[in-house]
Design a protein around this ligand. Structure first.
Ligand SMILES: [Cu+2]
Length: 180
């Protein structure tokens, strides 16, 4: 999968996931190279009663010298019925609201060349649900997000379709002040 190649990590062990929850900052990053990470606890909204107990954490790291953005998404408390499934997740343009559609469409890099595949100009964080209801994904993209251009991370009911970007119903939304 192209997405996995771009991902620095996809955490597989529940123990490792717990470790990340305890220390969300990436220990290897030198502080002089990055802006202060944006760390958000969520979700801001849950749109499905089965996901009411879910907790989300989003960590965004921005490199200063090399233009890049790293987004880490950690989720716990997912229903046991979802273990083994992959849930689509993306950066969306707007902050979350009471309606799932309030987060708007997927954020797209405005500098992407025409013909760039969706997964190379959007930020996808599809999650595989592990035993115990944990899931994590991290993606680094070689650009920065302008202030106000993206506002949330949304978790969906299905894996992301690489052709259309569709991932089914929106289950959870966390407002994230990208670019701030
Ligand atoms: Cu989405």
């Amino acid at each position: 999968m192209r997405l996995l190649k771009r991902s620095a990590i996809t955490v597989t062990a529940t123990g490792a996931t717990l470790g990340l929850f305890a220390a969300p900052a990436l220990a290897s990053s030198k502080p002089i190279m990055v802006k202060k990470p944006i760390m958000v606890k969520g979700p801001t909204y849950s749109y499905d009663a089965a996901y009411a107990e879910v907790k989300k954490r989003v960590v965004v790291t921005r490199a200063m010298a090399k233009e890049s953005t790293t987004v880490l998404l950690l989720v716990s408390g997912l229903p046991s019925s979802e273990v083994g499934k992959t849930l689509g997740a993306h950066v969306h343009t707007n902050a979350c609201g009471p309606k799932p559609a309030d987060a708007g469409p997927h954020y797209q890099n405005p500098d992407a060349l025409p013909g760039t595949p969706l997964h190379d100009k959007e930020i996808w964080l599809d999650l595989q649900v592990h035993k115990g209801g944990y899931a994590a994904a991290q993606v680094r993209v070689p650009w920065r997000i302008a202030e106000g251009a993206a506002g949330s991370v949304v978790v969906h009911a299905h894996p992301t379709n690489h052709e259309t970007g569709d991932a089914g119903a929106r289950l959870l939304c966390t407002t994230v002040p990208f670019g701030s």
